[in-house]
Write a protein that binds this ligand. Structure first.
Ligand code: SF4
Length: 399
């Protein structure tokens, strides 16, 4: 029998605001905004839970959480380089879509899409073609096709449930799916990507957690983008997973006007690790249709992470990732701390922006010194040398 508390996420979901007209009771909206909202909603879904609304500062039209949930007329502008399927979930050339519910991009992992529905609809969604679209609601036979593929493809080691949001499935649906996966001997780990702890943290019920512990090793990847999303309620519910030994990672998206500053990222990352959630990915925004108003340049993310290095613990720093359009895979962007001077010596930049010479070897020869030299593991440059190096690297003379 369900307890009152366990039902709460369903009530929260039912009460979520889907019609912009109802938003007028909760937010200060101009008539013009309302007309825009009605127009946009014809194209892209909107769904905001009462819980998420409670985190928004209603007096602030620039509230970062508001930007992530409130439709914007910029969404109607589709730019030339934007794509309906930006990360190539379906790319016939790559043959990465063996059955309708699976994307097989890397040899050892697959994405499985058990539902198109989400706890709320993110305005920057990279899968907006399918998120919330009932046409993508799977039929049982499609799930059987997916299991057949998983069973016969022994190279697959991990299944990632993505979506939509897999935690929109009810417990019995989710557990029966996990049971089928667990029964396939070559599948060693299961991952669940979810933004439910952000939209509707009440979904993390004791029943859900108890059930999930049977499917270890299981990784949950949450999707917190801003420190204001890390409410006490959300953290209390996520901690239920961690207390029962389920590993929790977080992936976020770099969003203009939402989290594209060092201060916000520092607060987000520190609060995540204080709550035992490991920052995993910072995604550079995908080229989905109508989301360019959220786009920063690539360098913004590199600069933010560079500034954070040395001022937050290393394990708080996520990988900054580009999902190459059309399904060619993920690659990290990073600042290069390693340079060479004119003579080919390795020069390493410190987190403070100083330069020190470095050699991967420890003998005198490789350090370019005489045999009787007083070898130190790290030689510090003179002030003049540093200035010279800075100038040289700035001018692109080093490699
Ligand atoms: S939860 Fe994920 S799939 Fe759903 S709208 Fe947000 S980004 Fe898209």
């Amino acid at each position: 029998m369900k307890t009152e508390h366990e039902e709460r996420w369903i009530v929260e979901d039912r009460k979520a605001i889907r019609n912009p007209k109802k938003l007028k009771d909760h937010l200060r909206l101009t008539d013009e905004q309302l007309v825009d909202l009605m127009e946009i909603r014809k194209v892209f879904r909107m769904k905001i839970t009462p819980y998420y609304l409670s985190l928004i500062n209603k007096e602030d039209p620039d509230d970062p959480l508001l930007k992530m949930c409130l439709p914007d007329k910029n969404e109607m502008i589709v730019r030339k380089g934007e794509l309906n399927d930006p990360i190539g979930d379906i790319n016939d050339e790559l043959e990465n879509h063996p059955t309708p519910l699976i994307t097989h991009r890397y040899p050892d992992r697959v994405l499985l899409f058990p539902t198109p529905f989400c706890g709320g609809y993110c305005r920057y969604c990279f899968r907006r073609r399918l998120a919330g679209n009932p046409d993508y609601k799977y039929k049982k036979s499609l799930l059987e096709d997916a299991f057949n593929y998983l069973e016969k493809t022994s190279a697959i080691r991990e299944v990632i449930l993505s979506g939509g949001d897999p935690l929109m499935l009810h417990d019995h649906e989710l557990f029966s799916l996990l049971e089928r996966l667990k029964a396939i001997p070559h599948i060693r780990t299961i991952r669940i990507h979810t933004r439910m702890p952000v939209w509707n943290p009440y979904r993390i019920t004791d029943d859900l957690v108890r059930g999930l512990t049977k499917f270890q090793p299981l990784w949950i990847v949450t999707h917190f983008n801003h420190p204001n999303e890390l409410s006490d309620t959300a953290m209390e519910h996520v901690s239920r997973l961690i207390d029962r030994g389920i590993m929790v990672l977080n992936q976020e998206v770099l969003l203009k006007g939402v989290n594209d500053t060092v201060e916000i990222q520092r607060e987000l990352l520190l609060t995540l690790i204080e709550n035992r959630i490991k920052p995993y990915y910072l995604h550079y925004l995908d080229k989905a249709e109508g989301i360019s108003h959220f786009r920063t340049d690539i360098k913004t993310g590199i600069d933010i992470l560079k500034e954070l290095r040395g001022t937050v613990p290393g394990y708080a720093i996520p990988h900054y990732i580009l999902d190459i359009p059309r399904g060619y895979g993920k690659v990290p962007f990073q600042f290069h701390y390693i340079n060479e001077d004119e003579k080919g010596n390795i020069i390493v930049e410190t987190p403070e922006g100083d330069y020190v010479p470095y050699s991967e070897y420890c003998d005198e020869k490789s350090m370019g010194m005489k045999e009787d030299a007083d070898v130190k593991p790290i030689m510090l440059f003179s002030k003049e040398d540093k200035e010279h190096l800075k100038e040289m690297l700035k001018n692109g003379n080093g490699k």
